[in-house]
Design a protein around this ligand. Structure first.
Ligand SMILES: NC(=O)c1ccc[n+]([C@@H]2O[C@H](COP(=O)([O-])OP(=O)(O)OC[C@H]3O[C@@H](n4cnc5c(N)ncnc54)[C@H](OP(=O)(O)O)[C@@H]3O)[C@@H](O)[C@H]2O)c1
Length: 257
């Protein structure tokens, strides 16, 4: 007999659910009995994802919201948790230089940190404040294999992902005795609107539904770091472990994000 599927979280909050990995995760968790709190900035795309999740039987509460807006995010997380105590919170929303179409200039560098780092704090901290008293809940932080080493093609993006990766790793050990699980997710290249901007061949490129399955299984197993696909994870690990002077020369050959 095949092994039974692990139990699925009932109440799930996902930022950046209007496209890409967030959309695929929403669809992955959508089923009868599930309550999904989904946010993004594009109302039309967010409504489309909400409708697709409802068609799979889930109760869905979409909200147009900027993750960089600390007060609104705090109010939204609390509102969702009041409606249904959150089992799983996925801080997924993110941007890269490619998202702006203009590279990592001064403004985009700051915007990347506002969304990819402050946006993660704005999602995770109010959720942890609610989970702590009930000593239950799970947090997933969307980092990236790009966070394993700074690359000349995307310094701010790599740095933002390194920041949330390391923060999440530390949080995991800190919050475990308080009954809260924390996982850091480090995808390689996945086909989404973000990678559609890349003008180079992306090794081990994966589609978003497959990536969502890997992430959901990793979260169900409470893995601290969910890094995939493994060949790309291995190369990223190796790149960070190589002598710096060698990696600096190699990284000059890589294309800009
Ligand atoms: N695709 C990859 O290969 C890959 C690899 C590693 C990590 N990641 C990470 O995965 C996450 C999702 O990216 P993706 O590839 O799925 O790209 P995507 O299709 O562009 O999705 C990004 C999502 O983030 C939302 N978002 C962006 N800025 C926001 C803001 N200020 N406030 C609220 N929502 C905001 C977008 O919403 P709107 O469009 O509605 O604004 C969208 O739903 C990001 O953190 C990214 O860094 C992606």
């Amino acid at each position: 007999m095949p092994p039974a599927d692990p139990p699925r979280p009932a109440a799930v909050l996902i930022t950046g659910a209007s496209s890409g990995l967030g959309e695929a995760l929403a669809l992955e968790y959508a089923r009868p009995g599930a309550v999904l709190f989904l946010s993004g900035r594009d109302a039309g795309r967010l409504d489309g994802v909400a409708a697709a999740c409802r068609a799979k039987g889930a109760e869905v509460h979409p909200r147009v919201l900027d993750v960089a807006d600390r007060r609104s995010m705090e109010a939204w997380v609390e509102e969702c948790d009041d409606l249904r105590p959150l089992d799983l919170v996925i801080a997924n929303a993110g941007i890269s230089a490619g998202t702006s179409g203009g590279g990592e200039g001064a403004e985009q560098t700051r915007a990347i940190f506002a969304v990819n780092v402050d946006g993660v704090f704005n999602t995770v901290l109010p959720a942890v404040a609610r989970m702590r008293p009930r000593r239950a809940g799970q947090i997933a932080i969307m980092a990236s294999l790009a966070g394993y080493r700074g690359m000349p093609g995307a310094p701010a993006y790599c740095a933002s992902k390194a920041a949330v990766k390391v923060w999440g790793e530390g949080l995991r050990g800190w919050l475990a005795p308080q009954g809260i699980k924390v996982s850091v997710i480090c995808p390689g290249f996945v086909t989404t609107r973000m990678t559609a901007a890349n003008r180079f061949r992306m090794p081990f490129l994966m589609d978003a539904p497959r990536a969502a399955g890997i992430m959901a299984r990793g979260l169900a197993a409470n893995r601290g770091r969910i890094a995939y696909p493994w060949p790309m994870a291995f190369l990223s690990w190796l790149g960070a472990a190589l002598p710096d002077a060698l990696m600096e020369r190699l990284s000059r050959l890589l294309p800009a994000k």
